[in-house]
Design a binder for this molecule. Structure first.
Ligand SMILES: [Cu+2]
Length: 96
């Protein structure tokens, strides 16, 4: 169950591409417990992270052509940033 933007079941998987120095899609709605795969389609590093009082996660550097996962365990609306490209942002809405 990859790539669906809405209607997630618990434990569903989603994919975000990092390409053209953007996250695609720019917004994703998932159920709590879902895993999001962050795939780097480019020839340089990306690095996705989220830091809020209620939830934080960090993929570390993602080499070209590789994928790192974040499990969104807690409901909320989170801005995902790239530590390397400050202009790169997306929103993940996590529902109960
Ligand atoms: Cu980046």
């Amino acid at each position: 169950m990859i790539g669906l933007a809405t209607g997630a079941a618990i434990g569903a998987e989603f994919e975000v591409r990092q390409t053209g120095k953007i996250f695609a899609p720019a917004r994703l709605t998932v159920a709590a417990g879902s895993v999001v795969h962050f795939a780097n389609d480019e020839t340089f590093f990306h690095h996705a992270f989220v830091e809020t009082p209620q939830f934080a996660a960090d993929t570390g550097d993602i080499p070209p052509g590789e994928t790192r996962d974040i499990v969104f365990s807690r409901a909320g609306i989170y801005i995902i940033n790239c530590a390397i490209h400050p202009q790169m942002k997306m929103v993940v809405e996590v529902r109960e």
